[in-house]
Design a protein around this ligand. Sequence first.
Ligand code: ARG
Length: 466
Amino acid sequence: MAKKSQATWGGRFSASPADLMLRFSESVSFDRRLAPFDIAGSKAHAAMLAKVGLITRQDRDAIHRGLDAILKEIKAGKFTWNTALEDVHMNIEHALTKRVPAAARLHTARSRNDQIATDMRLFFKYACAALGEKIVGAQRALLAVAKANPEVLIPGYTHLQRAQPVYLAHHLFAWLEMLERDRLRLAEVFAKANWCPLGSGAIAGTTLPINREYTAKLLGFVDAQGRPQVTQNSMDAVADRDVHLEFASACALFGVHLSRIAEDLILWMSSEFAFVDLPDAFCTGSSLMPQKKNPDACELLRGKSARLQGNLHTLLTLVKGLPLTYNRDLQEDKPAVFDSFDQAMLCADVLAGTVTGLKVKRAACAAAVADPALLATDLADYLVMQGVPFREAHHAVGAVVRLAEQKKAPLNRLTHADVLTVHAAFAADWVKVFDLRTALAKRHGTGMPGPLQVTRQFARWKKLLA
Ligand code: ARG
């Protein structure tokens, strides 16, 4: 006779698992966080069993009361988790069995395979919504920085070389776009998760007369019209880990975005740029160099992105080559998923905290953006407006830049006579091109960094993030 602790599947065994095997195979140390979802799933399942007459209403009510009490205990930290009971499912079922005799009927027409698939889908719906909210928090913090500095101009960079002037707000709005895509991606993952696998059993459903749609509806697996959504193939339903992968992928990409934002901030805080100062509360000092203030929060955002990518890779490798359907390997999907969720949540908060205390060093920004070379393209556009073909204009302005370099003068300090030696189309007003505000105002098309568009984007983001 198997040990009592393995009573859920021990019937055909003559020896109980080795202690080493228990330690090796337990998942309750990390899947216990699924308890609220597991209990919601079990309550819905019990309600369905009663509805179709497989258990009595009294049994259903006893199971519901027992599960409610267990959840309360778990939330109060008073529940004793037992690794010998393997996982969250068996721990809860075992505790229920000790309270209510009807517990022995709960696992009717259910397997841990469709149970864990359901728990995880419920988790993903929660996680996508929660992370989406966190991202909004970070977006709002960025929007506040833009609002506090609406007039600040900075150089925009390509190849990390000064390229063209932009409003700081335009740069911050670029980050908002990246984060907005992350939010939309999470909403898509939410929709993918929104299908109920319960009723798939271990692999081939059940012979018992269950009502899958009823359970799905109770658990909120419904479309916009409130119609139940149930998975369509019992084998796929217990083998499928696509939502895990899509969630980890959304987190990994969010991490990449955070890393790029962090990298900009790190550069901006360096003495070489000095565009911003990051708050002390999100920086650290050096144990050796007394003068140092390091942007550690941003560096860790960059570092965490490696971890988020690693989790995605773990999951891809885990699933690759697995025969259908459920294999115990799949238990290893959870640490990676939970770590991605926890770290992504933290990262969103840390970005929000870091930028909330960010100070823009306006004088340094103004000095950097005053570089007239940033408007060399505008000078080429000027020639285009004089009727010069763009390629010829580009070449001519290139020659003007070289001339300025030879004369060791800023571009806008050359004389009209100087530029006339390069191209006859330069009129006396050529130097007006270098008025920064005028140059920005001309960029009024959708998506451009001119003041008209920046004002529009302020309104758009205010509405989107309200
Ligand atoms: N703890 C298991 C997991 O996370 C639950 C499913 C177990 N199913 C099984 N047939 N052993 O994957």
